[in-house]
Design a protein around this ligand. Structure first.
Ligand SMILES: [Zn+2]
Length: 247
């Protein structure tokens, strides 16, 4: 094969581009996606086969063409950007939507009478002061129970629901007025509901653990201010937000 300046004028079988090219008889026209292609070398018909300029056609199709004169190789490359296909709604997201639209209902509250009373009052307080957060608790928290967490934390949560620590609960009851206890538990519920909500909508694994706590403490802080939680507790929540934002 001759080597001289083939780069621009390489001819190639039109069959390669059969799917996206059209041509017509003598005085051959090349249409690339319906647009006539201008090229310095016209297409030719030789022995019933139509030859077209490879570079012009390839570039019109968004490809890069390289000619390697040493190896006598034509390389055509095209970076393929895949069009994202519409995805089905992931199961967890659909679950969240269903809970919202169909299954908003009172969580199952389990524990001693005084604990159940505080939680019921906390839910009522939420409903009065921040109906949206109240609905979040209703929608995303299936159960609220008292447990011996023994880990120094007042509350924890998983998809099954929220657990409040027995020891902490009674300490709080001794230290604050019943109104303050109710307000604090409303804020704690908002915090834990936010955790479950992050899970349910698929954000739990998208953000870091520190970010999750920052988000949930921000929710808790907002509710604590609205419902009149003890000042000391509000200060603690502010410190937690700072701590988790700047770990
Ligand atoms: Zn948390």
């Amino acid at each position: 094969m001759k080597r001289k300046s083939l780069a621009i004028t390489i001819l190639v079988l039109v069959l390669v581009f059969a799917s996206s090219l059209a041509y017509a008889g003598r005085g051959i026209t090349i249409l690339v996606n319906g647009v006539p292609l201008q090229s310095s070398v016209p297409p030719q018909e030789i022995n019933g086969t139509v030859l077209v300029p490879l570079r012009a056609v390839s570039e019109a199709l968004g490809c890069q063409v390289n000619w390697n004169a040493v190896t006598n190789t034509v390389t055509i490359t095209k970076s393929i950007i895949q069009t994202p296909q519409p995805q089905q709604i992931p199961a967890f997201a659909q679950g969240a939507v269903n809970r919202w639209s169909e299954n908003i209902k009172e969580p199952l509250i389990n524990g001693p009478k005084d604990f159940v009373g505080v939680i019921q009052q906390a839910l009522t307080l939420l409903a009065k002061n921040d109906y949206h957060t109240f609905l979040n608790v209703e929608a995303f928290v299936p159960t609220i129970i008292m447990a011996d967490l023994n880990n120094g934390s007042a509350a924890s949560s998983g998809l099954a629901g929220v657990q409040f620590d027995r020891k902490t609960f009674y300490e709080v009851c001794k230290g604050y007025t019943s109104q303050e206890v109710t307000a604090l538990y409303a804020a704690l519920l908002a915090h834990e509901a936010a955790h479950i909500q992050l899970h349910s909508i698929g954000l739990h694994d998208v953000v870091s653990e520190n970010d999750r706590e920052a988000i949930c403490y921000l929710v808790e802080l907002r509710i604590a201010r609205k419902v009149g939680a003890p000042r000391q507790q509000i200060t603690f929540m502010q410190q937690q937000v700072k701590k988790y934002i700047n770990p």
